[in-house]
Design a binder for this molecule. Structure first.
Ligand code: NOJ
Length: 546
């Protein structure tokens, strides 16, 4: 496998609205991010995935862009953005811009033009269809944010497609002029010195609308290859595509070295398996280790020699990692450390979502009015109208709603967690007095320092980056363990994924394994012997002597 600089890199995701407010308007901003670059450098990360900061009416917090080449006033200015790129680079940190080109905002000039008339040159930038025979939407496609995925433009009598909110009209990727505009825009961003792109719902751009194939359409890989050739393929950039529909076979198409497409994709098998088949994320299934192990193993194995995995537990659309996969109560600290070790000891490029490094947890607002996310708000009303009770829907929002990840970052224990000096745009999680960066920095045993150590280990030990992945103790119902091996070196990674004390019988062939414990969340282990008494969420990585 050809080595790339980003193979041992670690990415940190910033959701700008919630990261740091520098100007006292209750909303995070670019200068706030600049003020925290030293913190990120200390953590050791190499790349920042910056969720959208472009000009936007903020119907979907910036995933509805009205100008790809300007910055939202609440976040700052283009000059500040350029300073951020430069200041990050001085610390060897590169910025991945969020490329949202499945759709624009309805306030984008292209859409404003498109609305003017059926023969406007920009009409064909979007996807229009005549009404069905009864005058209703052309078909029954539903938007991800609830309701029909078609909205009527009364002036022309035609419907336009929107897979997300109706203020996010889908671009028409069958129109080569769309490619030209998007490629030119991407090149102008690359010229500003960014490190690459995270590509929003990229699997939706090749859709075949009339066949109702909305993801993974037949032109998808062709479109990505064209984009690669016209833009980032000309330099050493990092690209990560968001691809909810991706199977391992698809991931090889996206990220295979010969394919000239993307560096890697985000896949969501380990997330979706805990969603209900019908009610989706609003009806959570309890965490179950056996199927979780199976999914992780499947992806590690499928991309072992070709392609590349992205590794993540959380992002701005998902619940907090420790709340979902660990224990946000009594074992918050050891379970958050276990999750850090587990993630960073898999093969792929790890992503840390802001706040994960201090073990931030889900939030439980009692009334729907405290929520801000368009998806939770819309689906609350849609599902209640369908007969779901308030309590049931709130359970779903508490478990999987996107605002869990969007409450402000906890910097210290001062009012509003040091995020802002005024009322923030969304309430702070009340546990900030205990869980915050200042406290974590002052505590040598904190989750934060564990992350810092883990990020550093990836730079130090090639076995963590390139080592083959081999599961061990495969059928164990509570332990998830594997061995990474490279050039005769072996690293055993062992995690107790439960809150229980376990007695683990070590299989005979592993009993004499001993060596150097690279990281642990209890006392270091340097040998296995016959039996281990594992603590709740105990986890360690043991480099086995040759
Ligand atoms: C995926 C993004 O991560 C999410 O936040 C957004 O709402 C949709 N794409 C639409 O852009």
């Amino acid at each position: 496998m050809e080595k790339k600089w980003w193979h041992n890199a670690v990415v940190y995701q910033i959701y700008p609205r919630s990261f740091m407010d520098s100007n006292g308007d209750g909303i995070g901003d670019i200068n706030g991010i600049i003020s925290k670059l030293d913190y990120l450098q200390q953590l050791g990360i190499n790349l920042i995935w910056l969720s959208p900061v472009y000009r936007s009416p903020m119907d979907d917090n910036g995933y509805d862009i009205s100008d790809y080449e300007d910055i939202a006033a609440e976040f700052g200015t283009m000059a500040q953005m350029e300073t951020l790129i430069a200041q990050a680079k001085q610390r060897d940190i590169h910025i991945l811009m969020d490329l949202v080109v499945n759709h624009t905002s309805d306030e984008h000039p292209w859409f404003i033009e498109a609305l003017k008339s059926k023969d406007n040159p920009y009409r064909d930038f979007y996807i229009w269809r005549k009404p069905a025979a009864d005058g209703g939407p052309p078909n029954d496609f539903r938007s991800y944010f609830g309701g029909s995925g078609w909205a009527l433009d009364e002036a022309s009598g035609e419907y336009y497609l929107h897979q997300f909110s109706k203020r996010q009209p889908d671009l028409n990727w069958d129109n080569p002029r769309v490619h030209d505009e998007v490629h030119a825009m991407m090149n102008r961003w690359l010229a500003k010195g960014i490190g690459g792109f995270r590509m929003d719902v990229i699997d939706l751009i090749g859709k075949e609308v009339d066949k109702q194939i909305m993801a993974n359409g037949k032109n998808l890989h062709l479109l990505i290859r064209q984009m690669n050739r016209a833009t980032f393929g000309k330099g050493d950039y990092v690209t990560v595509g968001e691809a909810w529909s991706a199977t391992p076979e698809d991931a090889l198409l996206y990220s295979g070295a010969e394919r000239e497409e993307l560096s890697m994709v985000f896949q969501f098998d380990h997330i979706k398996q805990f969603w209900d088949e019908h009610a989706g994320k609003w009806c959570s299934k309890p965490f179950e280790l056996a199927s979780f192990k199976a999914v992780i193993e499947k992806w590690q194995t499928a991309l072992a020699h070709q392609g590349w995995n992205s590794l993540f537990w959380s992002n701005h659309d998902l619940p907090r990692a420790v709340s979902k996969f660990g224990d946000e109560g009594a074992f918050r600290v050891p379970s958050a450390k276990m999750l850090a070790t587990a993630l960073h000891c898999l093969k792929g490029t790890p992503y840390i979502y802001q706040g994960e490094e201090i073990g931030m947890t889900n939030v439980r607002f009692e009334t729907i009015d405290d929520y801000r996310d368009i998806e939770s708000l819309n689906l609350y009303h849609v599902r209640l109208a369908e007969g779901v009770s308030h309590d049931e829907m709130m359970l779903g929002i508490h478990a999987n709603g996107r605002d869990n990840a969007r409450t402000p970052m906890h910097w210290d224990d001062s009012p509003n967690a040091g995020f802002t000096t005024v009322k923030p745009w969304i309430a702070v999680n009340p546990n900030y007095r205990e869980i915050n960066v200042a406290a974590a920095l002052a505590e040598p045993d904190s989750i934060l320092w564990h992350y810092q150590k883990m990020v550093a280990l990836r730079k130090q030990y090639p076995v963590l980056v390139y080592g083959d992945f081999q599961p061990v103790l495969r059928d164990h119902p509570q332990v998830f363990a594997w061995v990474r091996s490279l050039d005769g070196e072996r690293l055993l990674v062992l995690n107790n994924f439960t809150a229980e004390h376990l007695t683990l019988d070590i299989p005979p062939e592993m009993q004499n394994w001993h060596g150097e414990c690279l990281i642990s969340n209890y006392a270091p282990r340097d040998q296995l012997a016959v039996r281990l008494e594992l603590q709740p969420y105990e986890s360690f990585a043991l480099l086995i002597g040759r």
